[in-house]
Design a binder for this molecule. Structure first.
Ligand code: HEM
Length: 494
């Protein structure tokens, strides 16, 4: 008895609020902004929380050290994803990288994805990133009243061009956005009862209309993503040109990596599910930060102006990274202050583990709550404040790699965002050019009073962005405005 009870005290389940029988914390975990609930609970119960949905265990990690230990150093056990029956098994045919369990297929797909993102090929994507960021400036200059539309278009256009080496058409943008919203809706925790009670998957089709719907979504995804990768293949074969894009690199590697047609279509298409919303949200959070902390915008503008020697007719380019430490710190602070995926993406354990005296059973969903980690006062004093200075070091010469260090926005371990270098470069070029080109000030209400946005007013889901963008975006000078127009007119968009 003594042995049993001492074992029990040494290893117990992580603490958390009392669950309801059968449904666990189904009614306690809010559908909206769950990361704030986790942050609150961690103040009450400590940084490692134990929750449940139905009979499924959930562990939430609110401290980065715990996430790095479990999801990083113990990644052999924590690199799977919770099985999703609707969005994973049926809608994705178990072939969507973001949702894949830890198996041979995952290795194959991640490997293929990483081939497209090796440092030696990243430079090849810079012209696409410069073109799309210039188009973003031009759109904001000529139609400043719809900033959210332009940032969304920027992020889809950039992911589309990187993936298929082409400009996105309005039809494709609509098709992709429909697929994307559909997927996000269906992959949300609790979106489908079958994901909480998997036994429902045993019911026949006539009692499970959701199954036919999920399979229909799957067919539509493969049809659209399949056509897009086939177009790239045709161009490569018929025109004998080397297109600098993910799909072309996938076709190059198809045989070596043993990828079938659906693999190629889905690996290329997965960039949209994972890459558009997050990039878009980051640019939008930057606009909110500039309105709330105008002195940081001014400092960054001064830094860029000094680096350009006061020349208003040169637009910043990738080659300037080393000259702009304050801007690099500002980009890092945007990633920290408002992580676009505040509750990251859930990992999943495969075997029983014991950590800090807590048992984490096999098949536990492990949520690294990036939001709480970025609000850790010890690591980030005054965490609510937007303070680029926290990342500045004496004689610091920034590199693109350093943009992804010092915060946890891109996740952990073997499931860390494979595109983190590419994504941070897209964000850097967009933000530096916006800073160079525009003053970003609060919009005015009907009485002419400036509207100060509340950063807690954000959307909820796999990613989070501001609900509204009450900003005015005005060119800093006529010379800069004219340069943007000339450069835009000179673009060869095929
Ligand atoms: C600012 C932009 C971005 C942010 C903040 C971001 C963040 C993340 C995060 C937090 C994860 C989950 C990591 C984890 O589970 O530990 C992830 C996964 C992923 N991201 Fe990104 N991402 C961004 C842009 C992109 C882009 C542009 C692409 C593609 C071109 C992309 C492709 C992916 C893929 C494929 C995964 C799934 C990886 C896996 O499950 O193994 N991301 N991203």
């Amino acid at each position: 008895v003594v042995l049993q009870s001492s074992k029990r005290t040494r290893t117990r389940r992580p603490p958390g609020p009392q669950p309801h029988p059968f449904i666990g914390h189904f009614f306690q975990i809010p559908r909206q902004k769950a990361w704030r609930y986790y942050e609150k609970l961690s103040g009450q119960y400590g940084p490692i929380l134990g929750l449940s949905l139905g009979f499924k265990d959930i562990v939430v990690l609110n401290d980065a050290n715990d996430a790095e230990e479990l999801l990083g150093r113990r990644s052999a056990n924590y690199s799977s994803r919770p099985p999703l029956i609707y969005a994973g098994k049926y809608q994705s045919n178990n072939k969507r990288l973001l949702l894949m369990m830890n198996d041979e297929n995952l290795k194959k797909q991640r490997n293929a994805f990483l081939q497209m993102l090796q440092p030696r090929v990243l430079g090849g994507y810079e012209p696409i990133q410069e073109t799309e960021s210039l188009i973003l400036l031009h759109s904001l200059l000529t139609n400043p009243s719809q900033p959210a539309f332009h940032t969304s278009r920027f992020s889809s256009a950039i992911v589309f061009a990187l993936t298929y080496g082409d400009r996105i058409s309005d039809d494709d943008i609509n098709g992709i956005m429909t697929i994307l919203f559909n997927f996000i809706r269906n992959a949300l925790p609790g979106a489908h009862l079958v994901d909480i009670f998997p036994v429902l998957d045993k019911l026949p089709d006539f009692l499970s209309p959701w199954r036919a719907e999920a399979l229909k979504n799957a067919r539509e995804e493969v049809k659209l993503f399949g056509r897009l990768v086939t177009d790239v293949k045709k161009k490569m074969e018929n025109l004998h040109i080397d297109i600098e894009c993910f799909a072309a690199r996938l076709w190059d590697q198809q045989a070596k990596l043993n990828l079938d047609f659906e693999d190629v279509a889905r690996i290329a298409g997965t960039s949209f599910g994972a890459g558009t919303d997050t990039t878009d949200a980051t640019v939008q959070w930057f606009l909110i930060a500039m309105v709330l902390y105008p002195h940081t915008l001014k400092k960054a503008q001064e830094e860029i102006d000094a680096a350009l020697g006061g020349d208003e007719e040169t637009i910043p380019s990738f080659s300037m990274i080393r000259q702009l430490p304050y801007c690099a710190a500002l980009v890092k602070e945007v990633f920290r202050w408002a992580p676009p995926a505040p509750a990251c993406f859930p990992h999943y354990s495969e075997a029983d583990d014991v950590y800090k005296g807590y048992v984490i059973k096999a098949n536990t969903t492990v949520i690294p709550c990036i939001w709480s980690m970025h609000r850790n006062e010890d690591e980030y004093p005054s965490p609510e404040q937007f303070l680029p200075e926290r990342f500045l070091r004496k004689d610091w010469v920034p590199t693109f790699e350093s943009l992804t260090e010092g915060h946890y926005t891109f996740g952990f371990g073997r499931r860390k965002c494979p595109a983190y270098n590419l994504a941070s470069k897209s964000v850097w070029i967009a933000l530096v050019r916006l800073i160079w080109a525009f003053d970003i000030i609060p919009a005015l209400d009907a009485n002419g009073v400036p509207i100060l946005p509340d950063p807690s007013d954000c959307t909820s889901g796999m990613s989070s962005r501001p609900v509204a963008l009450p900003v005015q975006i005005k060119p800093r000078s006529e010379k800069r405005a004219q340069l943007i127009k000339r450069l835009r007119d000179g673009l060869d968009l095929g």
